[in-house]
Design a protein around this ligand. Structure first.
Ligand code: MLC
Ligand code: AMP
Length: 496
């Protein structure tokens, strides 16, 4: 019977520690037996979930992994929810993915219950589904859909990126090969687990390799640093904001602590940055403080990782390197012509087994995202001395903040529900810590006035904290071009 490849591999890792969470070690054997019990509970007498969407809202932990594997082993599609979402955002994912059931830890049930009741979606606790007797599990083909991740784009609401088991496997194996993952590796996991960076690059690669993942429910810098100082880790992966925050802590630490932390980082075999541009200055500061040369790579929810600086060889600050194994890249000019020379910018287009299968129930959007079988990333890059450098995005409406991809249009749509807002335009502003921060220019209804703190409070009920505008400008009218279209670069200038 075809068994999922990571399940087969996990059997060979047996008693080794797979996941540490809440101070407890959990072996691969334990992951196999608990995920089997969860699969049996979810099947509840049927033989196959047949791609039912099962959502779960669980912090990084052994339970998260056991539930993810349980869904997969029962033949379902895993839909991880964001711990930071406001109710309307959760509602969008649950309804758009047509979620069949939601799983959460006992202590989150009360918070989720009203929403699940309103949407008539059954809510299960992890404990309730973890002790079922084993039953025969379905045979699974790697082409089966495995996961839907919600990602923002140039449309108002986030859309569901569907990846098959084969896609996820390809996203993992390219990194295992390129970054030399081994069973003796150990890595901290503090990234959110509703995005590929945490799910694939950290969790997926580690478990594929028989390595150990040390889970933190969130990015608790002090707790992470103490474990780093104890030389617990051989690998470390984060977004640029995390390195900026760590640099500040190291610089402010007394000499003894700084030396302990720096020693712990120097001990690692590889430190990686990605999900947003790593400023060359941060790259260099990190080397000065720890002796580590960060490896920067480039990826996207739809394709996994595509371009990376090398494990061996030059890691060039400001560049993302060369295509990963089994990933094919091309650059295409605005006029649609293939770029074959260095130093000429173009859109990155990607092919390969790691590329997602479709946007959930959006065939037209899926079709428009590909040209001749190549996925259009919407990112501009240039090839310089053999390495790609990311230049920015084609759309001004995509903002990257703290490594999160945000849609200006989605935020605008939500803000327009505020009774005092007649018109608004959301833009990203450059920021040393977050890469970009969200700012909004607002035209109010007659005579109304809005203050930023009140707007933030209003928005808290409706959107994740990183989408909430950090600056506000009240205008009589929004700047427009000759065609009457709002000009976002002009709005960005007004914030200076
Ligand atoms: C939070 N805050 C922000 C903010 N996020 N302010 C501005 N911009 C943002 N983006 C504010 C909060 O409101 C709060 O304010 C304060 O900062 C602390 O918030 P926090 O949430 O506690 O911060 P912290 O835990 O330190 O989070 C920082 C972080 C997190 C970097 C750990 O943002 C994170 O995990 N980012 C990673 C996202 C990720 O994995 N992206 C990968 C997508 S996949 P106050 O006033 O309340 O103190 C992808 C593909 C690829 O991109 O290539 O990988
Ligand atoms: P997401 O849709 O959340 O997966 O975000 C993917 C986007 O993150 C890409 O399309 C890029 O815009 C951006 N990105 C990822 N890695 C890098 C990087 N190293 N440098 C610049 N941008 C990056």
């Amino acid at each position: 019977m075809p068994e999922l490849e990571w399940v087969r591999r996990a059997r060979s890792f047996g008693p080794r520690v797979a996941v540490t969470s809440d101070g407890h070690d959990h072996s691969y054997d334990s992951l196999l037996s608990i995920s089997e019990a969860i699969a049996a509970s979810l099947l509840d007498g049927s033989t196959d979930l047949d791609e039912q969407r099962i959502a779960f809202l669980i912090p990084a932990s052994f339970d998260y992994v056991a539930v993810q594997w349980g869904i997969w082993r029962a033949g379902g599609i895993a839909v991880p929810l964001s711990l930071f979402s406001a109710d309307p955002e959760l509602e969008h994912v649950i309804t758009d993915a047509q979620v069949d059931r939601i799983i959460a830890p006992e202590d989150s049930l009360a918070k989720l219950r009203p929403l699940c009741d309103r949407l008539s979606v059954p809510l299960l606790s992890v404990d309730q589904i973890s002790s079922r007797q084993s039953v025969p599990l379905p045979e699974l083909d790697a082409q089966r859909r495995a996961m839907i991740l919600y990602t923002s784009g140039t449309t108002s609401k986030p859309k569901g990126v569907v990846s098959t088991h084969a896609n996820i496997q390809a996203q993992i194996t390219t990194l295992v090969e390129a970054w030399g993952w081994q069973s003796k590796d150990s890595i901290p996991l503090f990234l959110p687990l509703h995005h590929v960076h945490g799910i694939v690059n950290v969790l997926g690669c580690a478990l594929w390799s028989g390595a150990k993942v040390d889970c933190f429910g969130s990015f608790d810098a002090q707790a992470v640093l103490e474990r780093v100082a104890d030389k617990e880790y051989s690998l470390f992966m984060g977004v640029p904001t995390i390195y900026v925050k760590l640099i500040r802590i190291l610089e402010a630490a007394d000499e003894g602590d700084r030396a302990r932390y720096a020693d712990g980082f120097a001990h690692m075999r590889l430190m990686v940055s990605g999900s947003a541009a790593l400023p060359a200055s941060v790259h260099e500061q990190w080397t000065d403080l720890t002796g580590q040369k960060l490896l920067e790579r480039y990826g996207m929810t739809e394709i996994g990782m595509a371009i990376s600086n090398p494990l061996q060889g030059e890691r060039r600050p400001g560049a993302v390197g060369v295509p990963l194994p089994d990933v094919t890249i091309r650059l295409v000019s605005e006029a649609g012509e293939l770029i074959e020379e260095e130093n000429e910018p173009g859109e990155i287009q990607v092919r390969g087994p790691a590329v997602f299968s479709e946007y959930w129930h959006k065939p037209d959007v899926t079709e428009a995202s590909f040209v001749e079988g190549w996925f259009r990333t919407g990112d501009m890059a240039v090839l310089e001395d053999g390495y790609y450098r990311i230049m920015g995005r084609l759309s001004v409406d995509i903002i990257k903040s703290g490594g999160y991809k945000l849609s200006a249009l989605e935020i605008e749509d939500t803000l327009l529900m505020h009774p005092a807002i007649r018109e608004c335009a959301v833009v990203g502003l450059p920021d040393d810590t977050w890469g970009e921060v969200v700012a909004v220019a607002i035209v109010t209804r007659d005579g109304e006035h809005i203050e930023l703190p009140a707007l933030k409070e209003w928005a808290t009920e409706r959107m994740s904290s990183y989408k909430i505008p950090k600056s506000l400008l009240l205008l009589e009218d929004l700047p427009r071009n000759a065609m009457g279209k709002v000009t976002k670069p002009a709005i960005q200038d007004l914030f200076d």
